[in-house]
Every structure is written in structure tokens, then in C-alpha cells.
Design a protein around this ligand. Structure first.
Ligand code: PLP
Length: 444
């Protein structure tokens, strides 16, 4: 028994896998068993394992400038090059970037930047943030409060009120629609609820609305068509900022450069990035705000003091170097375009399981997908508890496929962006075997 804490919601159902090495889209455990990494680690190893260019970049940077930071009077070239390149790729107008180490800490930085910004423009009462049910935004105290999942709240006594967190509906038609409600009616209803919430709270008290364009950890929820158009119209009407958490959906994951593009979200005001920013070779995140916000924050006449924030590893040069190289590879090798083609194929192949007796819904975009299991296919009745997803995850693992049980009864797929069509076929074959084992378990 080692001395590490393994936080997991399914300690009993999930065995711990000890991984030893990786190569391309495959990883190997300490017994030499090979697995297709169907979740890109934790939705992050976009360029796969053992990428020599990324490894050499890390080594080179370590031997030139192994450490510095990017605030309080210090900067470095590789970090500036990264921020310029990243900003030019983003759908955020003239995006300005604050680097951190994780998606969670980037979301915390955003909360502080929002507060500082609204103080700077003389609207300190604008401090509430609307987040959605089933959202996942991280696990630090503030980002866990943004998160809309009960297991991430229980036992922690999170400061929802102090942070001004408001909650609105998840755009989850399959689970959230009323009996007989069409997608159009569903969108009408939940966006009406959003507007009512804003009016009840007072628009002048609300700073921003945060959303993952397509959720990940809560089961890959793809909102119905027209949802974000309506949301953005409401936010614009009440002068509320749109904050896109693209920690999973950023960088070619959903069939386009960003999830915001896939979901027709216009120019987010804030954006959170991490994971695929460096293909996970080093931890790095980016809290991005539109240029106008930054200009107001540094405007001498509106200075409200010092923005007292920054992590030891903000803009760590090694992480910055490998992130910059990752972005260069994305561009040079047309990674996003290729991933979009293979992603369409993955969605088509997974759709073949729609008629399976255990499968309630198959959903996703690009190389991001989930299969939701149901106890009763015709009514959509869910399984009790989280055991079915954990069982299916384990069954797939036995057949050499790593996936992830999400939201209790769904299995998520998010392979490295470099996966080939043939490897998608292999993923499908392994999933099919794991699914058969799961069915045998359920009907035994
Ligand atoms: N936001 C989203 C949408 C995520 O999916 C995650 C992690 O999965 C986070 C934030 C938190 O990122 P991290 O685990 O790097 O803190």
C-alpha cells in the first residue's frame, strides 16, 4: 500500500491501473498490457505519447532557462511568443492571457479578474456568476463552487454565496426535457428560465455566464441547436459577459479549432484553456480575457490598486515552450482538420450502438463523445447509482481500451487527436466487447 491518496467517487468499483509508459495512442501497464488510450489521459494528451519533438523542446528549455515567471516585473521570450501565438488563434477579441498551471486555477484567476475589472470600471456590484447544473469547472474552492455537480460539493461547505454563484439549467435535452417537449420548446423554456433568473437577481449584479460549449465530465452534453444564440442574445441584452470554459473543447477537439466555433458562440469575452494547450506534456493553463477588459484594468484613471495575483509557476518557461511547440505542430500538421475527419468517423461508428439494448443515447462532436446507458431503453429510465459506468469502464479496460465513466451512467471517448481511422476501428471493436460484457453483467 503506497502513501498516496486516490480520490475517486467509485473506490469500490474501480481498480487502480498502474501505467508505465506510452507511445502514440497507446499506453502500457506495469504487466506489459497494452491499451488504446480512448480518453487521451484525462482529455488532454492530444498529440499522443512519446512525441519526440515535444520531449526535445522540454529538454532544450530546461537547459536554457529552467524557471522564471511572468508577472511582478518579470517575463521571458518564450512566454511572450506563446501568448502572441495563442492570442492570434483565439475567437476572443484581442485576447490577453494570464498563465497558470491548471484549468481550476485559471477559473479562479478569472473570478478575480472579473472582480478587478468591474471595480476598475466603477461597477463593483456586478459580481455574481451564472453557472449551469451539471457543469464541471474544476476542484479548487472557487472552481468547485462554479461546478454544478453534487459530488464535487458534498462535504466541502463551499462559499457559493460569497462567490455569488447562481445556477441555471443544463442544456441536456435527453435528461432535462419535459414529456413531449420538442428541442425548440426545451431551448425556449430553459433560456426563459435564464432570463427570469437574471431579472430576479438584477442584471446590474451579474458579471458573467460561464459554460463549457460542450460539457465533458458531466457526460458530453451537446446543447440543442439554437441554444447559445438565444443565451448570447439574453446576455447581450443585460450586459453580462460570456465566459467559455474550453479546457476540454479547445484545440481541435470538437471538429473545429474551438468548441465555441462548433457551437456558434460569438466572440466569448473570457476563455479558459488548459490540457491540450500543451498536449499535457507540462501543466499549463491560460485565463484569457478580451482586450477591452484588459485595457480598462490598466487604465491609469481607473486603477483600483494592485492586481495582487500570480502563481510561482505562472508562465513557467518549460511549460510555455512545450505549449508553443504544441501549437506549432497543430498548425504545421493540420492536426485540427485531420481530427475533424476522423472525428466524423468516430461519431458514425459510435452511432452504430444506438440500437443496443443498454444504450439510451450516443452524443458528441468531433473526437469527443459519450454513450449513455439506460436501465429501460423505451422509457430512458436511468440505472441507479454510478455502478454501470464504472463496470463498463472496467470491462473495456479488460479488452485493452481506456475510457472514462462520467456522470455515473455514461462512458466518455476523447482519444488523442492523432488517432487514425484504423485505430478508431480498433477502439470500436474493443468497446463492443466491453459493452457485451456489461450487458452480460446486467442481465445475469
Ligand atoms: N474546466 C473544465 C471544462 C474541465 O473539464 C476541467 C478538468 O477536467 C477543469 C476546468 C479543471 O481543470 P484541471 O483539472 O486542470 O484543474
Amino acid at each position: 500500500m503506497s502513501a498516496i491518496i486516490y480520490p475517486t467517487t467509485n473506490l469500490k468499483a474501480t481498480e487502480t491501473l498502474t501505467l508505465e509508459r506510452g507511445d502514440g495512442v497507446y499506453v502500457y501497464d506495469n504487466n506489459g498490457n497494452k491499451y488504446l488510450e480512448g480518453l487521451a489521459g484525462l482529455w488532454c494528451t492530444s498529440l499522443g505519447y512519446n512525441n519526440r519533438e515535444l520531449i526535445e523542446t522540454v529538454n532544450e528549455q530546461l537547459s536554457t532557462l529552467c524557471y522564471s515567471h511572468m508577472f511582478g516585473g518579470k517575463t521571458h521570450q518564450v512566454g511572450m511568443d506563446l501568448s502572441d501565438k495563442l492570442s492570434a488563434m483565439l475567437p476572443v477579441n484581442n485576447g490577453k492571457i494570464f498563465f497558470g498551471n491548471s484549468g481550476s486555477d485559471a477559473n479562479d484567476s478569472h473570478i478575480k479578474m472579473l472582480r478587478y475589472y468591474f471595480n476598475a470600471i466603477g461597477k463593483p456590484e456586478k459580481r455574481k456568476i451564472i453557472s449551469r447544473e451539471r457543469a464541471y469547472h474544476g476542484v479548487t474552492v472557487a472552481s468547485a463552487a462554479l461546478t454544478g455537480l453534487a459530488p464535487n460539493h458534498e462535504h466541502f461547505d463551499l462559499p457559493f454565496e460569497a462567490l455569488g454563484i447562481l445556477r441555471t439549467d443544463a442544456p441536456h435535452y435527453y435528461r432535462g426535457a419535459l414529456k413531449g417537449e420538442s428541442e425548440v420548446q426545451f431551448v425556449e423554456r430553459i433560456t426563459h428560465n435564464l432570463e427570469q433568473l437574471i431579472l430576479k437577481e438584477g442584471p446590474e449584479t451579474i458579471a458573467a455566464f460561464i459554460a463549457e460549449p460542450i460539457t465533458g465530465a458531466s457526460g458530453v452534453i451537446v446543447p440543442p441547436k439554437g441554444y447559445y444564440e438565444k443565451v448570447q442574445a439574453i446576455l447581450n441584452k443585460y450586459d453580462i459577459l460570456f465566459w467559455a470554459d474550453e479546457v476540454i473543447t479547445g484545440f481541435g477537439r470538437t471538429g473545429n479549432d474551438f468548441g465555441s466555433t462548433t457551437m456558434n458562440i460569438q466572440s466569448p469575452d473570457l476563455m479558459t484553456l488548459a490540457k491540450q494547450l500543451s498536449s499535457a506534456y507540462m501543466p499549463i493553463s491560460a485565463a484569457v480575457i478580451k482586450g477591452d477588459m484588459y485595457e480598462a484594468m490598466i487604465e491609469p484613471s481607473s486603477q483600483v490598486g494592485v492586481f495582487g495575483h500570480g502563481y510561482t509557476y505562472s508562465g513557467h518557461p518549460t511549460a510555455a515552450a512545450v505549449a508553443l511547440k504544441t501549437l506549432e505542430i497543430y498548425e504545421r500538421d493540420n492536426v485540427f482538420e485531420k481530427a475533424a475527419d476522423v472525428g466524423e468517423y468516430l461519431q458514425r461508428r459510435l452511432a452504430e450502438f444506438r440500437d443496443h439494448p443498454l444504450v439510451g443515447e450516443v452524443r458528441g462532436a468531433g473526437l469527443l463523445a459519450a454513450v449513455e446507458f439506460v436501465a429501460n431503453k423505451s422509457t430512458g429510465e436511468a440505472f441507479n447509482g454510478g455502478a454501470i459506468g464504472a463496470y463498463a469502464q472496467q470491462a473495456c479496460q479488460k479488452h485493452g481500451l481506456i475510457t472514462r465513466s462520467v456522470a455515473g451512467s455514461s462512458l466518455a471517448f476523447c482519444p488523442p487527436l492523432i488517432i487514425t481511422l484504423e485505430q478508431v476501428d480498433e477502439l470500436i471493436e474493443k468497446f463492443s466487447k466491453g459493452l457485451q460484457d456489461t450487458l452480460d453483467y446486467v442481465v445475469r
